[in-house]
Design a protein around this ligand. Structure first.
Ligand code: ARG
Length: 271
């Protein structure tokens, strides 16, 4: 009887030891600290190559590499999810997502309802037209049908020229649909960010599109990470962005996606 009790105690002790050993090996594998890292939910509209798009079911792009580097630098894990353009604003405002990355231009209208990180990319709108189009500048868009992604600065820029309620502005849920409309002859031009327009023309030579720039009509824009108003993450993310500006990570990613050197000093001057 005594023996049986002893064996039972030993079995229980061995079991407890085994369990705790499992526990330790688990934490040490993920390196203790890492296992306690919080995961930030990052949302995007992955239909804006080369910034964010889907490749074999995976969300990739410059913005995705960038946000992953920033969040890692800030000491968090990251989960990126493609949810579409309009939902981004709903989720950030409702705080069901922590960060949105989506080539999002920092502007006063948005700043009323959201916070932004420091700027991380310089952009401007451009016009995409079929080769041989009579459209040579922004003013030539008057009287033409222009396709844009709904709720973008491209839409704002076209409204400035055609008027806010112009029925000549065709608005689409994502930019790929706007370009498709141009391809199908349902529009005379698309207005969107230069990075996207340049990439499209380079990757689709058979479409016979060309790019019209108009620096007098289209202002400089800067992308930022979109955060909820008063987000506690802002100081940490800003610090992390500056860190990757300074330690070469940003330049490496920029070169990977755009094949040229970024002007980091110019970006930092905007802070
Ligand atoms: N930069 C423009 C804006 O903020 C267009 C961004 C569109 N981005 C996207 N992923 N669809 O309005």
């Amino acid at each position: 009887m005594k023996n049986a009790k002893l064996i039972l105690i030993m079995v229980v002790a061995a079991f407890v030891l085994l369990l705790s050993a499992c526990g330790t090996s688990k934490t040490s594998k993920t390196n203790g600290e890492e296992s306690e890292k919080k995961t930030l939910r990052v949302v995007t509209d992955a239909a804006y190559a080369p910034f964010e798009y889907q490749d074999k079911g995976k969300v990739v792009g410059f913005d995705i590499d960038f946000v992953k580097a920033v969040v890692k630098e800030a000491g968090y894990n990251v989960k990126v999810e493609h949810i579409g353009w309009d939902p981004i604003f709903v989720e950030i405002e409702g705080k069901t997502a922590d960060i949105a990355v989506s080539a999002i231009t920092i502007n006063d209208k948005r700043k009323q309802s959201y916070d932004f990180s420091v700027p991380y990319y310089l952009s401007k709108n451009e016009i995409l037209v079929p080769k041989g189009s009579p459209i040579k500048g922004a003013q030539d868009l008057k009287g033409k049908v222009v396709a844009v992604q709904n709720g973008t600065t491209g839409q704002d820029a076209v409204e400035k020229i055609l008027g806010e309620n112009s029925n000549k502005i065709k608005k689409f849920e994502n930019n790929n649909l706007a370009i498709l409309e141009l391809k199908n002859g349902g529009a005379d031009a698309v207005v969107a960010d230069n990075g996207v327009v340049d990439t499209y023309v380079k990757n689709n030579p058979k479409d016979n599109f060309t790019i019209i720039e108009d620096d007098a009509a289209f202002e400089k824009e800067f992308y930022g990470l979109l955060l909820s108003k008063g987000s506690k993450l802002k100081p940490e993310l800003d610090k992390a962005i500056n860190k990757i500006f300074d330690n070469g990570t940003y330049a490496k990613l920029y070169k990977k996606w755009f094949n040229k050197e970024p002007d980091i000093k110019f970006l930092k001057d905007q802070q």
